[in-house]
Design a protein around this ligand. Structure first.
Ligand code: WT7
Length: 629
């Protein structure tokens, strides 16, 4: 079902609220089910328990591959543009994709993978990453993609948490001018884990790798002689499709669980409506498959819709800052979806790289991952969209599975830096800190969702209690997003950013506690506190206040060591931008760090700290302000 007018949107939205079950049953009916569902929805947000399309049986890959084989077998499913513009590109039609997914499914089965087993995917942005995900889905294995920029300890933590049996990886990754030794990272991770039986290695960079004949097998050897047909496993609508780890305000990253039926319906519906994709268009999302955006809007949503999805291996600024725009022209991209941080980074390179390209194929441009400031929005609108492309500022989360609040391209009137209105099926509410719903327009508070939607998370892997605590306990009977939001006088939503201890660096989510724990691993560090601060390009930067013993090193040496430590433990994306060595941290008498004060200092806002009467030692604050970075 595609919404085509504003009144159509209003009408469908109403229907989705008045009778959600009827609404979603009609959408789900557009797919191929092996067996129909008996009840559309079972739910309560207290346990929480959420079941969509109860007892329905399906395989999501039949809806991506088999279904499109008859109608569009020669249409490109994936267009792959390599890191290096001088290397050949690859185009996989729906038929190619069918065969390659089936063949890799057969290969994984031959290596002992069965329905329900967990498989880690730690790969570059090559078509094989998507093939790997779909092959898991085909045989009922649960994939967990780990962004290939994460460190070996982050990878090991995830392997251990879900007790994965297999890792799919590559010898190395090309990223800009760099060659990253990915297989080495996997080898290191395996020293800290014991559940992995096989590692399948895709040859990409042809760099030397260590080899263990008992465990390692080359991708090309694994598929050699395997049939290009593989029966799709019958899955329950509520069987796990994948786990994706994401950071929260406390503890280690948690495994967000998505299931087969609801996720399928949600990603396809939101993709088709938000982007207004028309058959024959070329669509490009610049995310990495290691994040939820890549899952939902490079792989599942577009391919379920029979779309042509462009996949790019490289980075926006190599060989030069015109790389994105060159690709848009090369493939006549119609829908382009990226992150505000990329827009701001490219904006900083000026207009020359943009002017060399026509960009006249673009119909819709989108953003995701963090609030987009008005200046970046206007630049994107003027110079990329040439003032004629609608912008879809799409608000959603790993946990929501797909887009929740967003304009419908060309239909919902835009307003710079507003995610605008909820999609059908999404019932946002704004509550104050005491949990009172703030009704009407012109209000600001915590963003919650009060009714289930098909794409929502079902649990956090291996720890349902944590799911309940994190999302369903702050405000009774509601899913809490962790975001602050404003609803303006027109009823439009503007996302204000996280209200918990999560920072959003270049659209990547980081828990402050996670970064602090990594910093504290340094033997000279006594204690640390991490906060976010406004950063021109990244949206938020990481500011670390550290109490440390400087008797054996210079401040510069120590801060460099701390940065390396964080890169080693989490990954380079978590490296603090600023590290300030401090004599103490502002604490309350009961020993709690007053992060509010630290946030203000990091922002450069040092005159009004609000109520500081509970502060144990006010002189600490003065000293911190004096030495501010
Ligand atoms: C957090 C979720 C959704 C895929 C990428 C990030 C922030 C996301 C927007 C937007 C303002 C946004 C929120 C959210 N966020 N999109 N359009 N405007 N903020 O997924 O890593 O799960 O992070 O990203 O703070 O809670 P994620």
């Amino acid at each position: 079902m595609r919404i085509q007018t504003l009144s159509g949107y209003i009408h469908e939205y109403q229907k989705s609220i008045i009778n959600p079950e009827q609404f979603w049953a009609r959408i789900a009916d557009e797919f191929y089910w092996k067996k129909p569902w008996s009840k559309t929805l079972n739910w309560n947000f207290d346990e929480p328990k959420i079941e969509w399309f109860v007892d329905g049986k399906l395989n999501i890959t039949e809806n991506i591959l088999d279904r499109h084989l008859y109608t569009m077998k020669d249409r490109p499913a994936i267009i792959w543009e390599p890191n290096d513009p001088n290397e050949d590109n690859r185009i996989l039609t729906y038929k190619d994709l069918y065969e390659q997914v089936c063949q890799f499914s057969s290969a994984m089965k031959a290596q002992g993978i069965q329905k329900g087993d967990r498989v880690i995917i730690y790969m570059p942005m090559v078509p094989e990453a998507a093939i790997a995900m779909l092959a898991c889905a085909r045989i009922g294995a649960v994939h967990s993609v780990v962004f290939a920029g994460f460190s070996s300890s982050s990878l090991a933590d995830r392997i251990n948490d879900c007790q994965a049996k297999m890792v799919l990886t590559s010898d190395g990754n090309f990223r800009g001018s760099k060659k990253i030794p990915v297989k080495d990272v996997v080898d290191e991770a395996l020293e800290k884990t014991s559940s992995i039986e096989k590692v399948i290695v895709y040859k990409r960079t042809e760099q030397e790798v260590k080899w263990n004949d008992d465990i390692d097998i080359w991708w090309h050897d694994a598929i050699d002689g395997q049939p290009k047909e593989c029966e799709a496993e019958e899955m329950d609508a509520e069987d796990m499709l994948f786990i994706l780890y994401t950071s929260g305000s406390t503890g280690k990253p948690k495994g967000v669980v998505h299931t087969c039926g609801g996720y399928m319906v949600w990603t396809a519906f939101t993709f088709q409506n938000v982007f207004q994709y028309m058959q024959g268009d070329t669509y490009w999302c610049t995310a990495d498959v290691g994040w939820i955006t890549g899952h939902s809007y490079i792989v599942y949503g577009p391919l379920l819709s029979g779309a042509t999805s462009l996949m790019f291996e490289g980075v926006p600024t190599w060989p030069d800052a015109g790389r994105f725009w060159e690709i848009v022209d090369k493939y006549k991209v119609n829908q382009f979806y990226t992150a505000p941080t990329a827009i701001r980074a490219l904006q900083a390179h000026g207009l020359d790289p943009v002017k060399k390209h026509k960009l006249d194929s673009l119909k819709v441009i989108g953003t995701v991952g963090e609030p987009i400031n008005e200046e970046a929005w206007n630049w994107y609108h003027t110079h990329i969209g040439k003032t004629s492309c609608p912008i879809v500022d799409t608000w959603w989360q790993t946990e929501t599975g797909g887009i929740m609040i967003s304009p419908i391209a060309g239909i919902t009137p835009n307003k710079p830096s507003y995610a605008t209105l909820p999609l059908p099926g999404v019932q946002p509410v704004i509550v104050d800190n005491d949990g009172n719903e703030l009704k009407g327009n012109g209000v600001e508070g915590n963003l919650c969702i009060k009714y289930p939607w098909p794409g929502m998370l079902r649990t956090t892997y291996g720890d349902h209690e944590r799911c309940k605590q994190t999302y369903f306990s702050s405000f009774k009977g509601m899913y809490f997003t962790g975001d602050g939001v404003k609803r303006d006088h027109d009823g439009y939503y503007r996302i204000l950013g996280r209200v918990d201890d999560v920072i959003n660096v270049s659209g990547h989510r980081m828990g402050t506690a996670e970064v602090e724990n990594a910093i504290n691993e340094h033997p000279r560090v006594v204690e640390s506190a991490v906060v976010g601060y406004p950063h021109d390009i990244k949206g938020q930067g990481i500011y670390a206040y550290v109490i440390a013993d400087l008797s054996t090193r210079t401040e510069e040496n120590l801060t460099n060591e701390i940065r390396d430590m964080v890169a080693n433990i989490i990954g380079p994306i978590a490296k603090p931008d600023k590290i300030q060595i401090v004599p103490g941290l502002p604490k309350t008498r009961s020993g709690k760090i007053m992060r509010r004060i630290l946030r203000k200092i990091a922002e450069g806002n040092t005159d009004n700290f609000g109520d500081t009467s509970t502060l144990l030692d006010p002189s600490v604050v003065e000293k911190i302000i004096e030495d501010r970075k």
